[in-house]
Design a protein around this ligand. Structure first.
Ligand SMILES: Cc1ncc(COP(=O)(O)O)c(C=O)c1O
Length: 400
């Protein structure tokens, strides 16, 4: 029998559920008690005995964080780098690649804004060419279009698994298979999928994967990680090096370390790393499959209930969808909807077209409200959101 989530326990272990209907897990989730405890107790040790000394004391637990993430992704601990956030993780991989004029970077229409800005900067500097691959009829990256694009040489395929601005799940494993067949490196932005969907880098076939701690993994803010396949690590010279990523070996010599920690830097948020480790262990103990099943089901229910409200439109693309639900209330700015909900202790967030110019802007959507339930949310919280949105939408539906 497939295990299910013990909802009462999950909520009891999430102190924030006493205060707010937190439907902004794609922004930053409420952390569970073991994450709070890991962070707070380390900060207390730093205050009591000193930061370096507390890190030495925590060394085995810090080392175990790599092992936990490796289990989450089905890779080896030496293929993991711990960094400040998903953007920096992604950057360390992307900016380690060398591009020449005409090199093709293939990506998706619903790509994350920071990634696109990096593509455009590198294209401007080097003459590389950025090509968004067309969507299929449902709005996911079309594997057939990618197959055609890969008939010509390409230098990189970089795709976001779950975009920031909707419930779409891009077909990561199909993309990975095509990249392997073509011998093209594949960088997957798993920022929104880590902690809500199963991620197996062997099954997906990605060479690099970036993720953050604070979203569906429920870790602390200011934490993130990068996976780089062992066979690729040595080929990628990080854009920044320090005395942790490299060694000063001779008067005019240095050597870069051989594992994925070459993408890290020395000074770090030690308490945050321990909290990230606790968050990953917590998710693994519950099981990513039951987490995915419940989160996806809650989101599907929310989508259906919102869509049934006159004056509300739901905008998620893709035939496979996850825990992000995006909608608009006719005649109301999304920020106004978010603020009205926040006044009722219901947390959601807003995506604007400037976060997704190749997607939202093309679809003529200026902004969207994003509600993102997680497994620890209950049906009553969804009901509160739906009722509040119905009140805001009152009188805004089509005339009968
Ligand atoms: C798809 C995607 N990629 C990357 C990021 C950036 O993550 P971070 O803020 O941890 O750098 C986000 C954040 O919303 C995201 O949604």
């Amino acid at each position: 029998m497939t295990p299910t989530i013990d909802l009462a326990r999950a909520r009891a272990e999430t102190p924030g559920t006493a205060h707010v209907a937190h439907l902004n897990n794609a922004g930053a989730a409420l952390p569970p008690a073991p994450v709070l405890e890991a962070v707070a107790s380390h900060l207390a040790r730093e205050a009591a005995i000193g930061g370096y000394e507390a890190a030495d004391e925590a060394a085995p637990r810090l080392e175990a964080v790599y092992g936990a993430i490796a289990r989450l992704l089905n890779c080896a601990p030496d293929e993991i780098a711990l960094v400040e956030n998903a953007t920096r993780a992604w950057d360390m991989a992307f900016y380690a690649m060398r591009f020449r004029p005409g090199d093709r970077i293939l990506t998706a229409r619903a790509e994350y804004a920071s990634n696109v800005i990096a593509f455009l900067q590198v294209a401007r500097r080097t003459g590389a060419v950025v090509e968004p691959i067309d969507d299929d009829a449902d709005g996911a990256l079309d594997p057939e279009a990618l197959r055609v694009a890969l008939r010509r040489p390409a230098s990189l395929v970089a795709v976001t698994h779950v975009p920031t601005n909707g419930g779409l799940v891009n077909p990561a494993a199909e993309i990975g298979a095509l990249c392997r067949e073509a011998g093209v490196p594949f960088l997957l932005d798993a920022c929104q999928s880590a902690g809500q969907l199963p991620l197996d880098v062997q099954a997906i076939g990605c060479d690099m994967l970036s993720a953050t701690g604070r979203k569906f993994l429920r870790g602390p803010r200011g934490t993130g990680f990068l996976y780089v396949r062992r066979g690729m690590i040595e080929a990628l010279e990080p854009p920044f090096l320090d005395l942790h990523a490299a060694s000063w070996t001779g008067e005019r010599d240095f050597s870069v370390r051989g594992d994925a920690r070459r993408f890290e830097n020395w000074e770090s948020y030690v308490a945050g790393r321990l909290g990230l480790g606790a968050a990953v262990e917590y998710a693994l103990a519950l099981g990513i499959s039951p987490i995915a099943a419940r989160t996806t089901a809650l989101a599907a229910r929310l989508r259906a209930e919102l869509a049934a409200i006159p004056g509300v439109s739901v905008h998620d693309k893709g035939s496979v969808r996850c825990g992000l639900v995006t909608f608009r209330v006719r005649g109301l700015a999304s920020v106004a909807v978010r603020d009205a909900l926040r006044a009722e202790a219901i947390n959601v967030s807003v995506s604007t077209a400037s976060y997704a110019r190749w997607d939202l802007a093309v679809r003529g959507l200026a902004d969207l409200v994003r509600a993102s339930p997680h497994y620890y949310n209950d049906e009553a919280e969804l009901g509160r959101l739906v009722a509040a949105v119905a009140r805001l939408a009152k009188g805004r539906g089509d005339p009968a």
